[in-house]
Design a protein around this ligand. Structure first.
Ligand code: HEM
Length: 334
């Protein structure tokens, strides 16, 4: 006896998957504690998705094999694999109690890649079915049946249980995760030289290096390291939280971005400050990010290593690591 119709289950799965991908992508840019509920939601959706996917598999494997529609079967198998990999990676990361990697990649990085791989597959899978999924209920057709509603509640409760179990396992193994899911490295050191896409460090000569300050400024400037330092070096402790799953509190020394903007006469009504890297990576900072942002030349009491973004790296305490631009060459006010 099925408690939920296949159409209702498919709709629920589609909504869960889209919500899970969206919540996952949003976590990449969520660096302030006020965003913690987003990570809880991601965890809860992940658990519910586990339950709904298992039920979908239980129902669809037999008919799919019997009907021998191979293209549908292959696509269904691909989607199952990607979702299973994302689910397994997510739970393994949370429940493991430690930072673990396969080769140079942490389990969380592999989880995110699996999560991103779900996107194109789910689009190819869902688009032909969009009308069936989006078709409004016929007039007079019964709404969400009580049974379907109870099934959804039960599925969510089981999902919450899976999420809770993963977190209990983490605690029992002595794990300590920040609200972002990242695991703490010892304070005060030099962070691992991780990059989001695994790209290598560009070769930059510190003596030839220049910082260009452009855009909506009264005095566009080009600064070398000495001129940047002359704008007033300062030391700050800040938490660098990498989306690959590690987090470190350490000391950074450099020039406040606000001092550079003030020296260039930046337009106070500007909307963004774009910080650009020699690699082409660019991050638009909002006014709220500028108060404690730093253009750092030292970390953990030492000159910044090239892998950590020398000669100058952005320190943006309200952001996740992928926004802490390395190898900075331009600050553009827009
Ligand atoms: C698209 C990009 C994604 C990103 C950036 C991402 C990020 C994360 C992060 C940071 C965590 C750890 C949370 C914590 O430690 O509390 C996590 C956990 C998890 N994610 Fe994702 N995720 C993504 C996609 C997905 C997708 C598509 C699925 C499912 C199909 C998924 C399922 C899970 C699960 C089951 C967990 C463990 C839940 C828990 O116990 O907290 N994620 N994810």
């Amino acid at each position: 006896m099925t408690v939920m119709s296949s159409a209702a289950l498919d709709r629920m799965l589609a909504i869960l998957l889209v919500a899970q991908i969206a919540s996952g992508l949003l976590t990449l840019r969520s660096g302030v504690p006020a965003t913690a509920p987003l990570f809880w939601l991601h965890g809860l959706l992940g658990g519910t998705l586990l339950v709904a996917s298992a039920e979908k598999l239980r129902r669809s494997i037999g008919p799919a094999l019997r009907t021998r529609r191979w293209s549908r079967l292959v696509l269904g198998a691909l989607l199952t694999l990607a979702v299973a990999a994302a689910l397994a990676g997510g739970f393994a990361w949370v429940a493991s109690g430690r930072i673990w990697s396969i080769g140079p990649w942490t389990i969380l990085t592999l989880h995110v890649w699996a999560g991103l791989a779900v996107v194109p597959i789910v689009l190819v899978h869902l688009v032909p079915r969009r009308w069936r999924l989006l078709r409004p209920r016929r007039a007079g057709a019964p709404g969400l049946s009580r049974r379907t509603f109870l099934a959804m509640i039960a599925g969510t409760a089981l999902g919450a249980g899976a999420w809770a179990a993963a977190n209990v396992s983490d605690r029992l193994r002595g794990g300590s995760r920040r609200f972002t899911g990242s695991r703490w490295l010892p304070d005060g050191g030099i962070p691992p030289p991780t990059t989001f896409y695994g790209e290598g460090a560009p070769t930059l000569d510190a003596d030839a290096w220049r910082l260009r300050v452009t855009g909506r400024v009264a005095d566009p400037m080009t600064l070398d390291l000495a001129a940047l330092d002359a704008l007033g070096g300062t030391e700050r402790t800040a938490v660098l939280d990498c989306t690959s799953g590690w987090v470190m509190r350490t000391s950074w020394r450099g020039t406040p971005l606000a001092s550079v903007l003030a020296a260039a006469g930046a337009d106070p009504d500007a909307h963004f400050v774009n910080v650009r890297s020699a690699t082409g990576w660019m991050v638009p900072l909002e006014p709220a990010d500028l108060d404690d942002a730093l253009l750092a030349t030292h970390v953990g009491g030492r000159r910044l290593p090239i892998g950590n973004g020398a000669p100058v790296r952005l320190v943006a305490p309200r952001r996740r690591g992928l926004d802490w631009v390395k190898w900075v060459i331009e600050v553009e006010v827009t």
